[in-house]
Design a protein around this ligand. Structure first.
Ligand code: MG
Length: 216
């Protein structure tokens, strides 16, 4: 790991530690229904909203005073749908084994996720046995790929970026890590292909998180 020893691993959650079973188009539709209580269809259509959370942020900014109320309502609906999806899945069968191995090697472990803590706890009720900090969308003003998300967990863990690697199944994980100078690892257990991880500059691409063991 170059000149810096690896001290911390920051994991994404869905698609990385547990299967990804969220139907993003359905979530977007549900959030759009809420958005339409605040703005017209043409305004909603004019906002750049490829990703759901960014759509919420954009509309929050557009709405001014009412923005916070909209954000709260949208997040609450998302939470309901995410917890429902979470109740239908388990961690990958190897996840606890990898986390345990890292812990035994004195690696600090954290999670950054665009979902809510309730969804994480539903799938991984014993996360505190392995994980020292979780930063969800409710803990930041802007989620990854915004660097605020990764900087927040590095600050909580008191780790400098060069001593940490971010591991995720989506380009947003890699982009966020690269922006602050972390090592980055893409895993192929979500919906992203190897070449797409390489395009955004992932340091490593492995089949799944078990590949991490070779880096410590
Ligand atoms: Mg993910």
């Amino acid at each position: 790991m170059a000149q810096h020893r690896l001290k911390a691993v920051i994991f994404d959650f869905d698609g990385t530690l547990a299967p990804l079973n969220l139907d993003f188009s359905f979530l977007r539709e549900e959030v759009s229904k809420i958005a339409l209580k605040y703005v017209s269809e043409s305004i909603l259509g004019s906002l750049n909203h490829y990703h759901i959370l960014e759509m919420i942020y954009e509309l929050e900014g557009y709405l001014g005073e009412k923005g916070k109320i909209f954000r709260k309502e949208a997040f609450s609906k998302l939470r309901e749908l995410e917890v429902e999806a979470a109740s239908k899945k388990s961690l990958f069968f190897y996840t606890r084994g990898v986390l345990k191995k890292l812990k035994e090697t004195n690696i600090i472990e954290g999670i950054i996720t665009r979902t809510c803590i309730e969804a994480v706890v539903t799938v991984f009720p014993d996360y505190k046995s392995y994980i020292q900090a979780v930063v969800t969308r409710d803990d930041v003003t802007r989620v990854k790929p915004h660097p605020e998300h990764v900087m927040k967990i590095l600050n909580i863990l008191n780790i400098v970026a060069e001593e940490a690697i971010v591991v995720g199944d989506h380009p947003t994980d890699i982009i966020a890590g690269n922006l602050v100078g972390m090592k980055t690892l893409g895993v192929l257990t979500g919906r992203t292909k190897r070449e797409d991880f390489l395009k955004v500059g992932a340091t490593y691409v492995f089949q799944d998180i078990r590949g991490l063991i070779n880096l410590i």
